[in-house]
Design a protein around this ligand. Structure first.
Ligand code: HEC
Ligand code: HEC
Length: 173
């Protein structure tokens, strides 16, 4: 056999042996369920809890990265599900109520139609109505796999404040 055929074969054999020596994770080891991904019958919910401090008594949680949606630090018992006719979140978080309730005001990005570049004049955009599609409480679950990600914040208070609408077009001419 010619050298030009042998070399790739040796290399391939070497790579396969490297791959085999790495420990593989099965699908029962990569999440919290710990059972086969297709098994819905023997799943046991993990014993995890969420903050039960009522709104007004909880402590805000640092943002995961610049302009990440902040976690909900307070109990949401009785505030969800959000329905067409009932959204308790806005009763404290709309800018006009936020100062009185001590809540962080809904940011400018939620009062703006980004797709059509239209300011909604202080009205919540419909796309933001279901707060809990983006904002969720933080559980005390331990991550099964460590994450070494470290966030960088360009603005000084970026770990506790958002400014997405101001920086949305950064880097775009
Ligand atoms: C009774 C008033 C009230 C209601 C209702 C309420 N919140 Fe809050 N929320 C607060 C207050 C006050 C804080 C600040 C932390 C604290 O004092 O507990 C807060 C904090 C937050 C934060 C963190 C903001 C930050 O700057 O880190 C998010 C996100 C949030 N709430 C989302 C929601 C969502 C979503 C709902 C509806 C499911 C909701 N809140 C309902 C009063 C309220
Ligand atoms: C489509 C996803 C999405 C929905 C829906 C949404 N948010 Fe947000 N929210 C974000 C993101 C992303 C940020 C941070 C970036 C920014 O300023 O928009 C944010 C930021 C916030 C902040 C922090 C503001 C600040 O000054 O730091 C509050 C409070 C908040 N949202 C409340 C709400 C409430 C209440 C609702 C429902 C009425 C809601 N959001 C719906 C994605 C969402």
């Amino acid at each position: 056999m010619r050298l030009k055929y042998i070399l790739p074969m040796v290399l391939a054999a070497f790579l396969v042996s490297c791959a085999m020596s790495q420990k593989e994770l099965s699908d029962t080891e990569i999440g919290y369920r710990n059972v086969d991904l297709l098994d819905e019958n023997s799943v046991v919910a993990k014993d995890i809890t969420w903050s039960n401090e009522p709104a007004g008594m909880s402590k805000k949680i640092e943002r995961s990265f610049e302009n990440a949606p902040p976690f909900i630090p307070h109990d949401i018992e009785g505030l969800v599900p959000i329905t067409k006719d009932m959204n308790m979140c806005v009763t404290c978080h709309m800018p006009e109520f936020a100062a009185d309730s001590g809540a962080t005001a809904i940011p400018a990005s939620h009062l703006y139609d980004i797709r059509n570049k239209k300011d909604k004049g202080g009205v919540l955009h419909d796309e933001r109505f279901n707060c809990d599609t983006c904002h969720v409480p933080l559980s005390n679950a331990k991550a099964p796999i460590n994450n070494n990600f470290k966030a960088d914040f360009r603005q000084d208070n970026g770990s506790e404040k958002s400014n997405l609408l101001d920086v949305l077009n950064d880097g775009i001419k």
